[in-house]
Design a binder for this molecule. Structure first.
Ligand SMILES: Nc1ncnc2c1ncn2[C@@H]1O[C@H](COP(=O)(O)OP(=O)(O)OP(=O)(O)O)[C@@H](O)[C@H]1O
Ligand SMILES: O=C(O)c1ccc[n+]([C@@H]2O[C@H](COP(=O)([O-])O)[C@@H](O)[C@H]2O)c1
Length: 229
């Protein structure tokens, strides 16, 4: 397993190191992701949050997903200014579909046994967790933190069945932003300034991402009405 090391910070006085793991497709990364990671970092006293862009997000099959290198680079750009944030390539390096059970095992192998893992997820993703590969193993590998997301019930019935000592649900400042909305806005020529970090606006422009002909989500949108007859 090869991956860049983290921040190289020493373990705490008790010999442990608290590592947040923010997994996502990040197509593109936006301020909802960054606020979630920052809030969980503060609440749990995390030493570092590592962002892990997915390789092949199998539950997003049938959608067009930007190349892994573009999503990785956007994640690096968006997190560069925060000294507690890092980015890992473990998911984009591993061949095949991306499963969190593998992400957590790989990070444990790379970072060592003194690391306590906290997987950060939005309430929408957490409600689906029992559909994830190897769901029964997940709660032995990490503590799961589900954060609020506008339009999603935080204490949903699905979450009530998860092991209480392995899950924390927490409210974070509401960020009504999704990657889908960002892609759609770009494809429609609308601004995404302040929904994503400035460098991401520039990167998307430079690479021509989410242009109408390159965006299947946009193709599904209703077309503007023509002139009245
Ligand atoms: N605005 C938000 N507030 C809180 N959590 C979020 C928000 N947006 C995404 N997340 C969480 O971040 C993780 C990664 O999300 P992902 O990269 O799929 O972004 P997304 O905006 O949900 O993308 P898409 O619209 O393409 O499905 C998921 O756990 C998701 O629930
Ligand atoms: O392990 C799985 O089967 C699984 C299924 C769906 C999503 N996940 C993970 O959940 C995180 C958010 O996923 P997504 O698709 O909302 O970007 C990301 O790290 C994915 O790898 C994991």
């Amino acid at each position: 397993m090869t991956d860049k090391p983290g921040l190289n910070r020493p373990p705490n006085a008790n010999g442990r190191y608290r590592l947040g793991v923010m997994g996502g497709t990040f197509d593109p990364i936006h301020h909802g992701h960054l606020v979630a990671a920052s809030e969980v970092g503060a609440r749990f006293g995390l030493d570092e949050v590592v962002f892990v862009p997915t390789g092949i997000p199998w539950q997003k099959k049938g959608r067009r997903v930007s190349g892994a290198e573009d999503r990785y680079l956007m994640t690096v750009i968006a997190t560069a200014s925060n000294p507690d944030f890092t980015v890992s390539r473990v998911d984009i390096q591993r061949p095949g579909e991306t499963y969190t059970v593998d992400t957590l095992k790989d990070l444990r192998e790379v970072r060592g046994d003194h690391v306590d893992l906290f997987f950060i997820t939005g309430a929408d993703a957490l409600a689906q967790i029992l559909t994830w590969r190897g769901a029964d193993e997940l709660f032995d590998l990490a503590h799961f933190v589900g954060v609020s997301r506008p339009g999603v019930e935080l204490h949903s019935p699905a979450v009530k069945h998860l092991p209480k000592d392995k899950i924390t649900l927490m409210e974070v400042p509401a960020m009504a932003i999704s990657s889908t909305a960002c892609r759609t806005r770009v494809s429609q020529g609308l601004p995404i300034w302040y929904l994503v970090p400035d460098g991401i606006v520039q990167y998307i422009n430079k690479r021509g991402l989410y242009a109408p002909e390159d965006n299947s989500d946009a193709a599904d949108q209703p077309q503007p009405a023509g002139k009245d007859e």
